[in-house]
Write a protein that binds this ligand. Sequence first.
Ligand code: HT7
Ligand code: ZN
Length: 874
Amino acid sequence: PKPTYLSDYRPPAYRVTHTELTFDLDAKATRVKARLHMERHPQAKNGAALELDGERLTLISIAIDGQPLGEDEYSVDAERLIIESVPQTFLLDTEVEISPASNTALSGLYQSSGMFCTQCEAEGFRRITFYPDRPDVMATFSTTVIGSATTEPVLLANGNPVERGSLPEGRHFVTWDDPHPKPSYLFALVAGDLEKVEDRFTTASGREVTLQIWVEEENLGKTDHAMASLKRAMRWDEHAYGREYDLDLFMIVAVNDFNMGAMENKGLNIFNSAAVLTHPHTATDVAFQRVESIVAHEYFHNWSGNRVTCRDWFQLSLKEGFTVFRDQCFSADTNSAPVKRIEDVSFFRTAQFAEDAGPTAHPIRPDHYIEIGNFYTLTIYEKGAEVVRMLSNLVGPEAFRRGSDLYFERFDGQAVTIEDFVACMQEASGIDLSQFMLWYSQAGTPEIDAHGEYDYANGDYRLILRQRTPATPGQYDKQALHIPVRLGLVGTKSGRDLPLTLDGESLGSDTVIHLREEEQEFVFTDVSEAPVPSLLRGFSAPVKLRFPYGREDLAFLLANDSDGFNRWDAGQRLAMLALDDLIAAHRNGVEKVMDTRVVEAFRHLLNAEIDDRAVLAEMLTLPSEAYIAEQQPLVDVDAIHAARNFVKQRLATALRDDFLRLYKANDSDAPYAPDPDQIAARGLKNVALSYLMAIEDEDAIELARKQFAADHNMTDVRHALTLLTHSSRDDIAEPALKAFGEKWAHDPLVMDQWFAIQVTRPQPDVLDRVAFLMKHPAFSLKNPNKVRALIGTFAGQNRVNFHRLDGAGYRLLADVVIELNRLNPEIAARLITPLTRWARFDETRQDLMKAELERIRAEELSPNVFEVVEKALA
Ligand code: HT7
Ligand code: ZN
């Protein structure tokens, strides 16, 4: 397959002003008629050929302005249809046949649990009809859907329903009209036997909007949280960005088979059922929060993505980075802001840093790709959001709002670029953002080495910052970036933030300094006492910051830093120093000794008055094995696992009574609500239970058993079941797993959790269990949620067993990838990720992982899998 290059971008020669579609649905042979109102672009060459994208389509007929074309007037191959000569303005009519039932890739029109649904982003519309399937062609759409009145009583598409009626032979139709010009990737159709929950929303300007969530009948009781989240998001976007909804109807549909979380199709969002359905007995707090943020994310796309869209797919982060930033701010405002930041950053530093350091590293705006489906990445989404966050901090909240207003007004109804967005911010703020643009083109995580010196004689604090971005594939020399570093100096005597004076200017006690050079010195004057610097507060830039903190410094920051995020981070750094020693001890076969400073820091946390219980729960959580691995030059999965368990056990032994007290203080039988207070209490209670279960004494086991049996809510039940399943007590784990599996056999989303709990067991026999569960009736390779729950969770989260020295974990993953390569290339390509990280491991494992990549490479590969495997083996 050939790459597409950003530098080859050319505007389309023809545009579509209006698109009329008629679908005559049939599982194996759906007929799609398209009438495209087309005109040549004013700047295009007279006589330019018309090229339309089209894949897996059987062409039935083709006509221009009502005249059927002869076979010599057009050509069709596996990817496109070309008509050499067309008039300046014309109507193009085509009819094609497609087979939704055999579409296992879940891109285009497919079937999920018997219903018809579509996924067109990024390039799925070309599997529905011949079309200029690119985001810079925006048209109004009118869609008629014809289906069986019995099996497809509900027929949905974008916009507003304008006509409906009966047809012969038990068929019926509905016509939908979408007045907002949109690119083809936002097209959607759903048809099936669905039920709806309806609500209303009045916009700030007084327009009435009908809100509908469509689900299978048995899920009618699981939509309340999504509906409430949607209304909160709609209100928030009005306040925070001045954006109102623009149609009379907003629909969400839940489908069981979906490659990602959800899709922002205009007026008809399609959701993975896991990203919309919740109930206290089936979904955890984490799932409730995820639903809230995904519902908001898709809704926010109505402006950042739909009204103003991307010129080409290289600009993907324009809509995704900005929309993730928007959903992060929404969730921070709705829940605990510091905890939201801690959760986002800890995920980011674990997963995005790893991506940026691996063979698939790419800039936020890549300059080429083979398969755009491979670029829905943490870099485009999460790093893209960090870059927007930096912009917002650089220009300040007022200018950021002026800049976003300008962006939405100036580019409404257009397909634009990242430059257009940044230019609005520059115009609104008057700040030069030219160096900042490098964040979009340079891959890799910048590293900052910081050093500080306090001069007792004159009260100066000299801070030296040095930045460097390591080479990434295809990018060897990096330039210095514009990096905002938020900081404070915490006085070691007072424990307070000291006033900051830089170059004679008073900056308060918390400020942002701008690192633009490779090396820069900042001298703070009139510093009245020796400080410990608190650097990169709130994770003000997506970088790795090194500072030679001693353990006392970190314990001091953990107790005194006024920045909640950095207080948490100091605890993580302190734990990391202890873990480093223990990992080394394990590798060298010497006795492990617990750092008492960590125990004392935890004792202090457990006994201090901390208002935000959700932050406390985060502070009591040790860095994950994946995060620890990310910090090691060479990953030793066994040493990491042993070291982390050792710390957990020692903390649990030393602080058993404190954890027990914490558990009891936060245990409650109040009716479940997914509100921040309850979530924080459950979080603390379950952190305490995890520590207590690390020593597996009878009291702890009894607590876990009781929590499981109480069956109060899924958060508590799942946590208890996980601890029991991961314990050494199979006699207790097995009956609990069995009871849970039988109780929830009818609920696919709960069965996903049942799979995930089992495949993260640390016991060495887990691989047999994975193989066994792949044969379970509730498992299917065709369902992405199942693949993620069973295979993705095993390979991504069960590090000791996936990286077994006999290579069986790698082999199992490669077998699944090979099978999925045929069925669903997008999912197959994502699943390979853990194998692509071979360079971080010892030679034996490297060889085993590369051998599996080679085995995959020997297959006939989809472009998706080909691109990832080639990069991984380059
Ligand atoms: N914009 C949506 C992207 C998406 C997608 C991309 C490729 C394949 C399947 C997909 N499903 C949804 C999701 C979002 O960011 O909101
Ligand atoms: Zn998105």
